[in-house]
Structures are given as C-alpha cells and as structure tokens.
Design a protein around this ligand. Structure first.
Ligand code: RIB
Length: 309
C-alpha cells in the first residue's frame, strides 16, 4: 500500500507583527522570515516525520527549489513533483504576539494542474493505496473522481473551504479532517460540534471524521463510536501548520493501526510542539520528539475523555 499526497507547495513569507493588520492600517513588521509551507507540503512532511513513506505530487514554479530541498531533507518522495514556468505558490503570513496568524494565499503553480498531469501521477498508484488531499490546488474534483475509479482510499482536509468543493463528490471520501469552521461549512452552517458530527454522519454515512476544536481538542467519529482528545497547552509562538501536523500524525497513527485514542493523543502532542515553534514545515516535530512529549509538556496539561463530546 502506497501513500500519495496531491497538494500545494508554497513559499511562506512570514512577518512578525504587533497585531494583525486592520483594513486601511499600515504597520511596520518586527521581522520577516521565509519558510517552506503549503498545506500539501506541510502534511507530507508531517507524515514523513511521523515515519510514513509518502509520495508528494504537485507543481512548483520559479523559486520553488527550496520546496524540493525540504522534501529531500525530510524524506518525502518528490519524484512526481514537476517544475513549471511562472510563479510558485506563495503566501504572506502575519503572525501576532500571541502566535495567531492570518494568511494571504497566492496559488501560482499550485493552480496549474492539468488533467494529463493528474492522470500521469495517478497511473503509478492502484486500488487500496491512500490519497491525501487539501483544497489549495485546482481540479480537485477530477483528482477525486480518478482516484475513486482506481479504488484508492481518499482522505480530504477541505481547507481552505471554498466553492471548488461544491464540484467535488464528497461521498467518495473515506476520511474527513476538518476544523470547526470547515465542519460548519460542509454541513451548511451548523455550529455545534455534536450537530456537525451528526450531520456529517447523515450526509456521508460511510466516512470517518476528525473534527478539531481549537482549545477544546479534537473529536474522531466513525461507525464504531466517538473519541475525544484534549489539547497539550504550550506557549503559542506560531500556529501555522499546527493543523497540518495534526493531520499528518493522525493519518500515520491510522496506518500503524494504533487505537484511535492513542492516535488522537499522538497528533495532539505533535501539533502542540508545532505551535511552540516558528514557521510551517520547520515547526513540524520528528516522531522521537513527539514520543518524548510526556516530558516536554508534563502530564497535567493533557486532558482526555473517551466516548463523549
Ligand atoms: O496550513 C498552513 C499553510 O497554509 C501555510 O504553510 C501556507 O502556505 C498555507 O498554505
């Protein structure tokens, strides 16, 4: 069984700010750093750091070589990543003094996928292989259709949520990973976590779901039940890629057949470490660091309740 992540690769320009800009405001930044990022690349690197052999597919443009280097350094297989002419995907990220961020996304090469390229990449995969997707590339609906036809298992993190998802047949998804906002958008405006979960079960009865709830932790639901995991509290330095780290580590736990509660805990620890560090891919911890987590956080900071939300 192989794992393919078909997703974005971005150069993140990260500005440290006193506060996130308001409309019409001008503010000098304290610093600027350039990091490798993109929801796709972050999730591939999180998978690789968690110990999962992963292939990444996607397009880079000018200046994207550092993204290939990041794949190499972290053990992500980059043989299907293609370089094209034109600008690379990039972002402008403001991070405030509390580690909160806002992200301006420029799709660039990420949005230049063609049907031919998609078919060529997918031709290397088969029934039972895993496909991970986010929503930062074009032709998402086509990737889902083709992968489903092949019998691949599809995991979707529908982030950022936008109209492109309306074209996608979400009944073909095996596992959703959503935050509260995406959970609300996918269910037509529900806001209470328990209602979001019920509605997703009605809409997509065969799918499993992870709903992340910020400071309230995360909930996993499948046909066998519901599991809740609290967060590990850390001083937030930069929340960029925390969700991607959670995604990569939780998927790794599934592939290892780890009990759900253990998988949620592993992912919660990994994302807490990511929040305590600057940058996107740079903030994603190695498996050894996550496993030493008990020492890192102290046991008191962990809250967990099984079977309820
Ligand atoms: O999820 C964080 C990522 O979102 C950043 O690395 C940025 O590139 C945007 O895609």
């Amino acid at each position: 069984m192989k794992v393919l992540n078909f997703g974005s690769l971005n150069v993140d320009y990260v500005y440290q700010m006193r506060s996130i800009l308001q409309p019409g405001e001008t503010q000098a930044s304290y610093s600027r750093n350039v990091y490798c990022g993109g929801k796709g690349l972050n999730q591939s690197i999180a998978l690789a750091k968690a110990g999962v052999p992963v292939y990444h597919a996607g397009l880079i443009g000018e200046g994207g070589e550092i993204l290939l280097d990041a794949c190499k350094e972290s053990g992500v297989n980059a043989e299907y990543i293609k370089k094209i002419d034109g600008p690379c995907g990039h972002t402008i990220i403001q991070v405030d003094q509390n580690g909160q961020n806002c992200i301006l996304l420029y799709g660039g090469a990420n949005r230049m996928l063609t049907e031919e390229y998609i078919d060529e990449v997918l031709s290397h995969f088969e029934k039972g292989d895993i496909l991970l997707l986010q929503n930062e590339v074009n032709l998402l609906h086509r990737i889902i259709e083709k992968a489903f036809e092949k019998g691949m298992k599809i995991i979707l993190n529908p982030s950022p949520f936008d109209d492109a998802l309306e074209k996608c047949d979400l009944t073909k998804i095996n596992l959703f990973l959503v935050n509260e906002i995406e959970g609300s958008q996918i269910t037509g405006g529900e806001t209470k976590p328990e209602v979001i979960l019920t509605k997703i079960k009605e809409l997509y009865p065969d799918a499993s779901i992870v709903l992340t709830l910020g400071g309230d932790g995360s909930v996993y639901q499948d046909k066998t039940g519901i599991y809740h995991q609290g967060i590990y509290k850390v001083k937030a330095v930069d929340t960029t890629a925390a969700g991607d780290t959670f995604t990569g580590y939780f998927i790794a736990s599934i592939l290892e057949n780890m009990p759900v509660q253990e998988g949620l805990k592993l992912a919660a620890k990994a994302s807490a470490i990511a929040v305590s560090r600057p940058g996107a891919t740079a903030s994603i911890p190695l498996r050894e660091e996550v496993e030493k987590g008990e020492t890192y956080f102290g046991k008191k900071d962990c809250t967990e309740t099984e079977g309820t939300i």
